[in-house]
Design a protein around this ligand. Structure first.
Ligand code: FES
Length: 168
């Protein structure tokens, strides 16, 4: 069972304290925890349950119902593949296949070595550059499977930094 660090406990206590007495505060509390700590583990849920006197099963139901919540930490590289209409028409599936192949990770998952997290997302607002992938906050546009493989290769070579191939 995962145990919490002292820092995590302090962060969770501070977030819960801000919401004391507010009805319907479970979702905002969980959102803030994810914002601060990157995810909402079952250990975090137990801590929130204890502090708020809410059944942990209720909190667990919330994080599994809403896709915005993540129960696992992100990989070192967070890759979002746009599957909005423009990107879909421009070949988002081929880009997704290439990413899954190159990272050996399924979309919606983190690689076993913790290096990559892949996620499908809705339009990221750069439709003229479709198909688009967001890598650690940087947009990579007009991708082909070959360019996608290069993006991943560059990430590996650069020790998980962005590769500068932005908006090309
Ligand atoms: S549909 Fe992909 S950026 Fe808009």
């Amino acid at each position: 069972m995962q145990s919490l660090s002292a820092e995590e406990i302090v962060i969770i206590k501070e977030i819960v304290a801000k919401h004391v007495g507010s009805p319907g505060s479970a979702i905002p509390i969980l959102q803030e925890i994810q914002k601060e700590l990157g995810y909402v583990s079952t250990a975090f849920l137990r801590q929130v349950a204890e502090l708020t006197e809410t059944p942990a099963s209720d909190l667990y139901s919330i994080v599994t119902f809403y896709s915005q919540f993540r129960l696992e930490p992100l990989g070192k590289n967070y890759i979002q593949v746009c599957h909005g209409t423009a990107c879909h028409l421009a070949g988002a599936e081929r880009i997704t296949d290439s990413l899954e192949h190159e990272t050996k990770t399924k979309c919606g998952c983190t690689s076993e070595n913790g290096e990559f997290t892949l996620e499908k997302v809705a339009c990221v607002g750069c439709c003229s550059l479709a198909p688009v992938v967001n890598v650690n906050g940087e947009t990579h546009g007009r991708l082909t499977p070959e360019k996608t493989a290069k993006v991943i290769e560059n990430l590996r070579n650069k020790g998980n930094e962005g590769n500068g191939d932005v908006l090309r």
